[in-house]
Design a protein around this ligand. Structure first.
Ligand SMILES: [Fe+2]
Ligand SMILES: [Fe+2]
Length: 203
């Protein structure tokens, strides 16, 4: 059954209603556990959409608008990666008796590449490289049956607590970007090690 989260258009009156998920087809509501599992995936996928929009906005903007969008993207992306690596992946690994999720290694390599790229100044090549990594990375997480679905399923009755921890995750410190050929060269090496074409960073 397709689900949708209640939106401002039909704003709930109580906190209990605020956590309710209504079926998009107008049918019966799902069981509470199911709706919370869906909300965890929805929350993380919405973060991807928000970050994509900020990156597009930074790439299309100029001057102060570009800088503001890029700063918001950098802060949001590093917090998002922190949620995955400090909350979601460890919780899933714990539920799997210490065994990491299958693509966790791949995802961590991508996270390292993304962290290296956001140390670069806002430029067309930086935005192009970030988009290339995110285009390959995000579907591994938010596609049906992907990592977020697996995290939800594994969390079982603790999915409420898991979602709350994700929602409340603190901002992480973000260093200023650096205009330096050595930093660019390091980002290219990290990209290549992660399996991406470092030439994407060429102007
Ligand atoms: Fe990720
Ligand atoms: Fe993600």
């Amino acid at each position: 059954m397709a689900l949708r989260v209640l939106t401002m258009a039909n704003t709930p009156n109580t906190p209990a209603e605020a956590t309710r998920i209504a079926p998009a087809d107008g049918g019966e509501e799902t069981h509470p556990g199911e709706s919370r599992r869906s909300r965890l995936c929805d929350f993380m996928a919405a973060e991807h959409a928000r970050l994509d929009a900020l990156l597009v906005s930074a790439a299309a903007g100029s001057g102060a608008d570009r800088v503001t969008a890029y700063q918001d993207f950098r802060k949001g992306l590093l917090r998002h990666i922190g949620i995955e690596e400090k909350i979601l992946f460890p919780a899933a690994q714990h539920r799997r008796n210490g065994e990491p999720l299958l693509p966790a290694g791949r995802l961590k390599v991508d996270h390292g590449a993304l962290a290296a790229l956001v140390m670069l100044p806002p430029s067309a090549s930086t935005f192009r490289a970030l988009q290339a990594v995110l285009n390959a990375h995000n579907p591994l997480e938010d596609a049906p049956g992907g990592v977020y679905d697996q995290c939800e399923s594994l969390a079982q009755e603790q999915v409420d607590e898991l979602l709350d921890r994700c929602v409340k995750a603190a901002e992480v410190p973000v260093s200023p970007w650096v205009e330096n050929p050595k930093v660019l060269a390091a980002a290219k090496r990290v990209l290549a090690r992660a399996g991406y074409d470092p030439a994407v960073l060429d102007e």
